[in-house]
Design a protein around this ligand. Structure first.
Ligand SMILES: *Cc1c(COP(=O)(O)O)cnc(C)c1O
Length: 376
């Protein structure tokens, strides 16, 4: 069976975990957390990178930082992971879902302005499959209406929009180091702060609402409870596992992109109107090979091809069931305008096996099965 995902193991992780055991430093904000944060800051070029226990928690921190309260509105796509929405619902916000673009599956930037009201606080673009949203347009709207942009960049570490890394454009951004992502430590994440106004308070929120970080930096002589917060620090064990993966980021990404392009070239010839569509990458986006998907005619065909592939030893997955169709989504959100693409496009998507070290022959085998299924 060709698995859908194989969590990345570079082979370097053991040695780094062992170092943690030798130094006896296991809690958060130790030497490996420092190395990972510096790597993110230097590589991406952002003001501050704070490692967190998950991307979900980084999103929750962002919602706290924005002082989201009852009645505030947040503009999000409905085609996303539940955490993009939950983080704001936890603080009492109302979700305003905006339709996606069928080509990238990203929130349609042309529909955002219509969804803005005097209660809107933030726009949360999700860079689906590591393909950047149209950030120029989104930042322009944010500036014009005085809104904050929080990038859900869970898929998109090392992706670019024009000449900038994804995650360095919005005021705040969130990455995931869950085992299903390109670089991981089992469970983990990062809050990226591009607007320096948020740095000090973010450190407090992450340290259970205390100013312990400033105390450890030596700038105050005792620490105390000064804000709301929680325990959002990543364990050093996780940071030690993550660090060697970050060091190898370029070669890991090159391998994934090679697989992505092999799929693309193998299937290109049978692209056929609505029957078989391949992902579109806008000119301004340089993606990171996080996901390779195809879109077929409808849900019935999708289920058919998925079971055909499974019978022949290939695991695949569909993706998000739109949030606005769930009980919680209906309760806490409304869909702004018409759902023209979100539901129909989400029903058409099939994600193919994609992971570091995926064999080229397995990609060709999968592509052949797809061609056979469609008899082309
Ligand atoms: C994976 C994912 C998350 C959550 O990441 P965790 O680190 O598992 O909390 C959030 N948003 C999107 C779009 C994701 O794919």
């Amino acid at each position: 069976m060709i698995p859908f995902n194989k969590p990345l193991i570079t082979g370097e992780e053991d040695a780094y975990i062992r170092k943690t055991m030798e130094t006896g430093r296991f809690a958060g904000d130790g030497p490996f957390t420092e190395l990972c944060s510096r790597w993110l800051e230097d590589t991406l070029g952002c003001s501050r990178a704070l490692l967190t226990t998950s991307c979900t928690h980084a999103l929750e921190m962002a919602a706290i930082l924005l002082d989201i309260a009852e009645g505030d509105e947040i503009i999000v796509p409905s085609f996303t992971f539940v955490s993009t929405a939950n983080a704001f619902v936890l603080r009492g916000a109302k979700l305003v879902f905006v339709d996606i673009r069928p080509d990238t599956m990203n929130m349609n930037e042309m529909l955002i302005e219509k969804a803005i009201t005097h209660r809107t606080k933030a726009i949360v673009p999700v860079h689906y499959a590591g393909v950047s949203c149209e950030m120029d347009m989104i930042m322009k709207l944010a500036h014009q209406y005085n809104l904050i942009v929080i990038e859900d960049a869970a898929h998109a570490l090392m992706s670019k929009y024009r000449d900038k890394y994804v995650g360095t454009i919005g005021h705040l951004s969130c990455f995931s180091f869950h085992e299903s992502k390109n670089y991981h430590c089992g469970e983990g994440g990062a809050l990226i702060i591009n607007d320096v106004r948020f740095v000090e308070r973010a450190e407090v929120i992450r340290e259970k609402g205390t100013n312990r970080t400033r105390y450890l930096q030596g700038s105050i002589d005792k620490y105390t409870w000064i804000d709301i917060g929680s325990s959002y620090l990543l364990s050093e064990l996780n940071a030690a596992f993550l660090y060697p993966q970050l060091l190898l980021a370029d070669s890991i990404q090159a391998d994934r992109l090679r697989s992505w392009h092999t799929y693309y070239h193998a299937l290109e010839e049978c692209m056929h109107d609505n029957k078989l569509m391949l992902p579109a990458i806008p000119g301004d986006a340089k993606h990171n090979g996080h996901i390779f998907y195809v879109k077929v005619e409808n849900q019935a065909v999708r289920n058919g091809i998925m079971s055909y592939l499974k019978q022949n030893g290939v695991s695949t997955a569909f993706h998000y069931v739109p949030l606005h169709s769930s009980a919680m989504g209906r309760r806490y959100g409304t869909f702004n305008g018409a759902d023209i693409h979100t539901t129909t496009e989400s029903e058409r998507i099939v994600r193919l096996p994609m992971y570091f070290g995926l064999q080229q022959e397995d990609i060709h085998y999968t592509a052949r099965l797809i061609k056979q299924y469609f008899s082309v």
